[in-house]
Design a binder for this molecule. Structure first.
Ligand SMILES: Nc1ncnc2c1ncn2[C@@H]1O[C@H](COP(=O)(O)OP(=O)(O)OP(=O)(O)O)[C@@H](O)[C@H]1O
Length: 262
C-alpha cells in the first residue's frame, strides 16, 4: 500500500533532516514512528502528504502509494489525493477548525469541496461520521462553535473529518498528546476501530511509547533524522538494536499498551 524507499528530505541548504528513510506498509497496518523532538518524524509524514513546510523538499528517494510514485506527481495531483485517499490529523485538530464558524458549516464545506454531493447529503454524512466517533448528539455538535466543545470532542471531530472519505492512509501527528490519559485511550481505541472497519493504514507519530506500543503493528524509532530501529512491535520491544531504543524502553516502565489503556 505504501512503500518509502531511501527517502531523504532537506530544508533549504541544511544537512538532511531525514536520511534514507525506509518503510513498507500493508493495507490496514498501523505503524508508529517514535523518537525525540526534532528527529524528523513530522517531516516524514509531511513528505508523504506532499506538504513539506517552508523550504522543505525531497532530495532523494521514492514514495509509492498504491503503486503510484508520488514524487513523480504534480503538486495538483498530489493535492487531489489529500483529504480523500490519504488524510492527516494533527495534535490539535480543533486548532485547525475556524473558531468563528460552526462545526457543521465547516464540515459540510469540506465534504462539498472534495465530492459532488448536495449540502443536505453532506450534512447527513457529517452527522453520520460524528456518530461513528461516538459523539453523542451529533446534530447539536454540528450547530456548535469549536470553543464550545472540549479538546477531546474537537479531536474526535477532526478524526471524523479525516475519515470521511475512508482514506487508505491516515497520517496522525501526535493525535492524542494534548489530551488527558482517559481521553487519549478512548481516541486510540476509536482510531483502531476505524482501521478495522475501513482497513485504513495509519502512520502515527508520537512521543508516547505507550500509545505506540499499544496501537502499532510496526514500530519505527528515529534519532537525528535516521531510523535506528524498525520492525514488528514485538521485535522492537523485545529485541531493540540501538542503545537509544533501549534507553527509551527503560524510561517508560508502563510501556505495555495494556497497562496504558487500563
Ligand atoms: N519549516 C521548516 N524550515 C526549516 N527547517 C525545518 C522546518 N520544519 C522542520 N525543520 C527542521 O527539521 C527538524 C525536524 O523537525 P520535525 O518537525 O520533523 O521533527 P519531529 O521529530 O517531528 O519533532 P517534534 O516531535 O518536536 O514535532 C527540525 O529540528 C528542524 O531543524
Amino acid at each position: 500500500m505504501l512503500e518509502i524507499k531511501d527517502l531523504t528530505v532537506r530544508y533549504g541548504k541544511q544537512e538532511p533532516t531525514v536520511e534514507s528513510f525506509q518503510l513498507s506498509m500493508k493495507k490496514g497496518e498501523i505503524v508508529s514512528i517514535v523518537g525525540e523532538s526534532g528527529s524528523g518524524k513530522t517531516t516524514v509524514i509531511r513528505a508523504v502528504l506532499g506538504a513539506l513546510p517552508g523550504s522543505g523538499y525531497i532530495s532523494a528517494g521514492e514514495i509509492y502509494f498504491q503503486g503510484e510514485a508520488l514524487t513523480q506527481k504534480s503538486g495538483e495531483e498530489w493535492r487531489n489525493l489529500r483529504g480523500t485517499r490519504m488524510s492527516m490529523i494533527f495534535q490539535d485538530c480543533g486548532g485547525t477548525l475556524n473558531p468563528i464558524r460552526k462545526i457543521g458549516k465547516q464540515y459540510v464545506e469540506y465534504i462539498c469541496t472534495h465530492s459532488r454531493v448536495t449540502r443536505p447529503q453532506a450534512w447527513n454524512k457529517a452527522a453520520e461520521m460524528l456518530k461513528k466517533m461516538r459523539l453523542a448528539d451529533a446534530e447539536n455538535i454540528m450547530k456548535s462553535y469549536p470553543h464550545q466543545l472540549s479538546g477531546g470532542m474537537r479531536q474526535r471531530v477532526g478524526i471524523a473529518m479525516a475519515m470521511t472519505f475512508q482514506p487508505q492512509l491516515l497520517l496522525a501527528d501526535e493525535p492524542t498528546s494534548a489530551l488527558d490519559v482517559t481521553t487519549q485511550a478512548q481516541i486510540v481505541r476509536q482510531m483502531m476501530e476505524l482501521r478495522d472497519r475501513y482497513e485504513t493504514g495509519i502512520i502515527i507519530v508520537t512521543h508516547n511509547l505507550g500509545v505506540a506500543a499499544y496501537m502499532a503493528d510496526k514500530l519505527v524509532v528515529m534519532q537525528n533524522g535516521k531510523v535506528v530501529d524498525q520492525g514488528t512491535r514485538d521485535e522492537v520491544m523485545n529485541h531493540p538494536v540501538s542503545d537509544y531504543t533501549k534507553s527509551l524502553l527503560q524510561a517508560v516502565p508502563e510501556m505495555e499498551g495494556e497497562r496504558f489503556v487500563s
